[in-house]
Design a protein around this ligand. Structure first.
Ligand code: 0RA
Length: 643
């Protein structure tokens, strides 16, 4: 009898090693990549097993430790992996789980296995790709241990190493990734932490602790535990934003073993953050759970709005895009048998989930609207504004497409160039009417167009598209460029080779420059990318001696120019600080800033626009703290704030 067991053990252990060898030969097949991403997958494989144990209702605490030698330990307080002989392999279940490919499936048929995408390939894959693995199991008052080396070769078969408290149970796994397999063997704490926090949001009540023992000073690490689960995830995402209703709507339902949950809150922004998960895995491409919710959201809002006369008979229904403006939403589904579809397996396919999601969401959300009429009004009011904006923006886009240079209003502003050849034409966007006047007189009217800006243009970051498109200055710019915007944008229709922003070197000038860059970034990015946008560099100093007039850009250039002059000339030179574009006469402006042969232009890049954008976020965004800090830190520079 004994002999037979051994025989079975031997023959299956050969098969087992052949299986693990296949993983080592083609690791990409099992974990996607062997770069830093693949390295971190190993951790999630092991953590997923502990989470499965918690989903089965037996585990409350998980600890993740990056050890000094870059091995990782994952410890749970579940029931402990079974140690008795597995009927199919003739070896213990814990050894089976770590050596037989795909043996990590459901043991009791009840749990929602975390398996989808690249996860769920099992602990044996981690073993195959590790230099060594140690598994310790606490159960039945005993401590069991098994150790593998060099891609899954068992060096210490399962044995008892001691005793423990009768009520102590759990599994502790430590593994060291094989440096021959991975491009890097250094774990990134931040990467592990972010996903650990997400797992805590997605598994309410489960406590996850993570610590980095490579850093000697830190011994306790960080613990994530959220009794509120995904509603705390929504609060976390919205913490930098301004919610428009206080309570987070959190709805939960279950049908035939499929658990469905959604949490949501609207904020004042114009974007949406909707994330969906199945068995803790992010379904990037949505799927039936997301479709069910979205369909129900639009339907319930429209029906409530009609019943309460917020939408009139003549009004058309609100669309998906309208009801999701400013929405932060987390959708989580736990499914015993999920079908993942699509190229990257990022979409849930199970069709029964669509109706489950729809019914759980519509019933709960309807009740919320009925019980909270003020919130209902606020939420629907925002959707109606979004709808109005969408329709106005469409009209405006159509109008900019149709509009041409014959608009009388438009002629009043732009002094176009005579040439109709875009390759030789330029447009100067000039701050203020007086500088605009000088620029008109000083230009080469054959190739140079002048567009003076009267006031400050609208900040497109803080306005919906429709408002931006209603702004006179912006309309003029769009018409002048000739390209149209949005779905009608056509770079080949650009009427000028160079778009030159001409503003003063002071705070107001910087402000206008930032507004223009933000506008270009949001509406005309391809024009910037193609290198058509420039900033003129008006000089800061004028030096006159005898009949000579010399302009220089800055103090540095001023000093080096003065040094180059003979001493007697230098002593009699008249140096004037130029105050602004408006103070130059036409001739001066031409000579210093516009003449193709003398002027200095600085090409504007997309990075410049992004920088301008973030300055704006800081100066004008919703967040008070970054703004205060930014102003404090830059207070002494603000006089010359030059972006
Ligand atoms: C199946 C059955 C039992 C425990 C487990 C799986 C289990 C697996 C893992 C993997 C990591 N941690 C784990 N904890 C538990 C229960 C066996 C029993 O009742 O004795």
């Amino acid at each position: 009898m004994e002999e037979k067991t051994n025989e079975k053990y031997d023959s299956s252990s050969i098969q087992v090693l052949e299986g693990l060898e296949a993983v080592r030969k083609r690791p990409g097949m099992y974990i996607g990549t062997t770069d830093v991403k693949g390295l971190h997958h190993l951790v999630w494989e092991i953590v997923d097993n502990a989470i499965d144990e918690s989903l089965a209702g037996y585990c409350n605490n998980v600890e993740i430790v990056i050890n000094k030698d870059n091995s990782v330990t994952v410890k749970d307080d579940g029931r402990g992996i079974p140690v008795e002989i597995h009927p199919k392999t003739g070896i213990s279940t814990v050894e089976t789980v770590y050596t037989v490919l795909h043996a990590g499936g459901k043991f009791d048929g009840k749990s929602y296995k975390v398996s989808g995408g690249l996860h769920g390939v099992g602990a044996s894959v981690v073993n195959a790709l590790s230099s060594w693995v140690e598994v310790t199991v606490y159960k039945d008052s005993k401590i069991y241990k098994v150790r593998f080396e060099n891609g899954g070769h068992i060096v210490e078969p399962l044995h008892v190493i001691g005793e423990c408290e009768p009520n102590r149970t759990g599994t502790t796994v430590t593994f060291k990734p094989d440096p021959n397999i991975f491009d890097t063997d250094i774990f990134d704490y931040e990467t592990l932490k972010v996903r650990t926090r997400e797992l805590a949001f997605l598994n309410k009540g489960l406590s996850l602790n993570i610590r980095d023992d490579r850093d000697m000073e830190d011994t306790t690490g960080e613990t994530f535990m959220y009794e509120g689960g995904i509603s705390e995830y929504v609060r976390f995402i919205n913490q930098e934003k301004t919610p428009i209703h206080e309570d987070i709507i959190h709805l939960i339902g279950e049908k035939e073993g499929v658990m469905f949950e959604v949490a949501m809150q609207y904020n004042t922004s114009y974007n949406s953050n909707i994330y969906s998960f199945v068995n803790n895995i992010n379904t990037h491409d949505g799927g039936t759970h997301e479709e069910g919710v979205r369909r129900a959201l639009t339907r319930v809002i429209n029906s409530y709005a009609r019943k309460n006369n917020l939408l009139k008979e003549k009004d058309e229904n609100l669309k998906d895009d309208d009801v999701k403006e400013g929405l932060t939403m987390i959708i989580s589904c736990k499914h015993p048998n999920p079908q993942f579809e699509g190229q990257t397996k990022g979409r849930l396919g199970n069709s029964e989930v669509r109706s489950l999601a729809d019914s759980v969401f519509s019933e709960g959300f309807e009740r919320f609207l009925l019980e909270n009429p003020d919130e209902a009004r606020t939420i629907i009011g925002k959707a109606i504004l979004a709808r109005n904006a969408r329709m106005a923006a469409k009209k405006a886009r159509e109008a900019t497409r149709k509009s041409d240079l014959s608009t009388t209003n438009f002629f009043g502003k732009l002094s176009d160039c005579k040439s109709k050849d875009p390759t030789e034409s330029e447009i100067f966007i000039v701050e203020g009417d007086s500088a605009g006047g000088s620029a008109k007189k000083g230009r080469d009217s054959m190739t140079q167009a002048i567009l003076p800006l009267r006031g400050k243009i609208l900040n497109v970051e803080k306005a919906r598209l429709d408002k931006a498109l209603g702004n006179e200055e912006i309309k003029t710019i769009i018409t002048a460029f000739g390209t149209g915007i949005g779905e009608y944008f056509d770079l080949s229709k650009l009427r000028y080779d160079k778009i030159i922003i001409m503003t003063d070197a002071d705070v107001d000038g910087s402000h206008i420059r930032v507004l223009l860059l933000t506008l270009f970034y949001r509406f005309f990015k391809p024009i910037v990318e193609a290198g058509h946008v420039y900033a003129a560099q008006p000089p800061l100093f004028r030096i006159m001696h005898g009949k000579t007039r010399k302009y220089v850009l800055d103090e540095e250039e001023l000093n080096s120019y003065l040094k180059s002059l003979p001493e007697n000339v230098r002593n009699r030179a008249e140096i004037a600080r130029m105050k602004g574009l408006g103070e130059m006469d036409a001739e001066e402006l031409n000579e210093t800033t516009m003449d193709i042969n003398k002027r200095i232009l600085r090409k504007i890049t997309v990075d410049d626009c992004v920088a301008a954008d973030s300055v704006f976020e800081k100066l004008m965004g919703d967040e008070v703290e970054p703004r205060r800090q930014f102003i404090e830190e830059n207070a002494i520079y603000v006089q010359n704030l030059d972006i």
